[in-house]
Ligand binder design. Sequence first.
Ligand code: NAP
Length: 296
Amino acid sequence: MQIISGTVVAEKVLEECRRDIAALAALGKKPGLAVVLVGDDPASRAYVRSKDKKCRDLGLHSVKLELPVTTTQAELLAHVEALNQDPTIHGILVQSPPPPHIDEAAIVRAIDPAKDVDGFHPVNVAKLALEDPTGFVPCTPLGCQRLLIEAGIETKGANAVVVGRSMIVGKPMALLLMAKGPGGDATVTVAHSRTRDLPAITRQADIIIAAIGRPHFITAEHVKEGAVVIDVGINRVEAPGTEKGYKLVGDVAYDEVAPKCRAITPVPGGVGPMTIAMLMANTIKACQQARSEERR
Ligand code: NAP
């Protein structure tokens, strides 16, 4: 059984990022990422902090905009518009979820698709479906695909079952796996909460992508011998006696599933580190594409 280390693969992606950043620096360019946070949700704050830190570690230009929870839709739109116009910013990300009075879909649509490094803008969703390489693909599924490629897992012709159909993970993951080329060409099934007899469906899978948001949901009965399992889930469960009082677990019951697998990702240390690495890679791609546009 192979444990696919997201930590190791993410470091490889970041090494490529450093190389690309150096090449851009030689041309007088520095990729810039702006992360916008509205409100003071502690988990969102932690995510924003770690994105900002990763940018700075790599030597990217990083702007962290922390706005009060009272920020109106119009004010937020004005901030997004200013970032759209800012030539030092190549990627814009508005941390999800915003407070309930904010229309998140309208904010996403206001971001310049060329700076939408989260890949949530309708233009980028369409580009993914169209297999247009100039589009931005959401970072988590992009990271999952990269893990499969780096682990030497053949996706071509494989039966892949994606459990979850969110716009952030499940749906783009399915599109990536069915696209033509490396890390694609799979026969894809997408399961969700209305799926009948999920274990019977997942047991057909050579590759299972679990993106459900329920701790230890995928058990040994869901998995055939020799399957590859990518666990996207990050769930907080109580852990009395530990310093924090909680721990992070995946959507897969790792201890009972891993022995049946050909390969599996752990939580933590699997998909998690890939997401932020792909965000850096997307920001660099946005800068490279902006430069190509300038030269036209
Ligand atoms: P989400 O928007 O809540 O979507 C969950 C999906 O799971 C939905 O499509 C839902 O079906 C499906 N589902 C729920 N219960 C089910 C059941 N009993 N059987 C089958 N399917 C079921 O969540 P998400 O944003 O995609 O995130 C999924 C997990 O990934 C979460 O644990 C999240 O924390 C984690 N995540 C991790 C990263 C990372 O960087 N590693 C990034 C993003 C998300 P319906 O559509 O029918 O409701």
